[in-house]
Design a protein. Structure first.
Length: 166
């Protein structure tokens, strides 16, 4: 596992890694030692449990394998410390006005369909409602400890989600 001094993670950073964050990307970039890890975010990342106070995935989650959304969010849960924050910004397949989102559909690398409602499944309070616990925790293996902090449109075609790990 990577031994990190920085406590913030920038998933899918590309060549624009956020300052003060460890960048992770599938492509190799020339960042200073200890500030970048080449890895595929579709799979477990080489960091210890509860290593980060914040994880950002800006214009990233729409690129993961659609069938690995649960594993991805469970990995975020594993990596975040108690009270850690997960931030995601992404184009959902349907825009704010209920129309097909051209930003999502014109890029062939946008393979994961996320909406604001998708994230509710990873919130503890949602799963504690009648019947949801068995379906999501036992049936699908979702045992994340998140709650919403923010769920807003950035513009008509992109969402901003913030969640806290309980």
């Amino acid at each position: 596992m990577e031994n990190t001094k920085l406590e913030k993670l920038d998933l899918g950073c590309g060549n624009k890694k956020l300052s003060g964050y460890i960048g992770v990307d599938i492509s190799l970039y020339n960042y200073p030692k200890g500030e970048f890890v080449q890895a595929d975010i579709n799979y477990p990342l080489p960091f210890d449990d509860e290593s980060f106070i914040e994880i950002k995935a800006l214009q990233t989650i729409e690129h993961i394998d659609n069938s690995r959304k649960i594993e991805f969010m469970c990995e975020i849960n594993r990596l975040l410390k108690h009270d850690g924050i997960f931030v995601a910004e992404f184009p959902p397949p349907i825009d704010k006005n209920g129309n097909p989102n051209d930003i999502f559909f014109t890029d062939p690398t946008h393979t994961a369909w996320w909406t604001a409602d998708t994230f509710a499944c990873f919130c503890k309070s949602f799963r504690e409602q009648d019947g949801n616990k068995d379906i999501y925790e036992i049936g699908y293996g979702i045992d994340t400890q998140f709650e919403y902090l923010k769920n807003d449109w950035i513009n008509d075609r992109e969402l901003h989600i913030e969640m806290v790990k309980l």
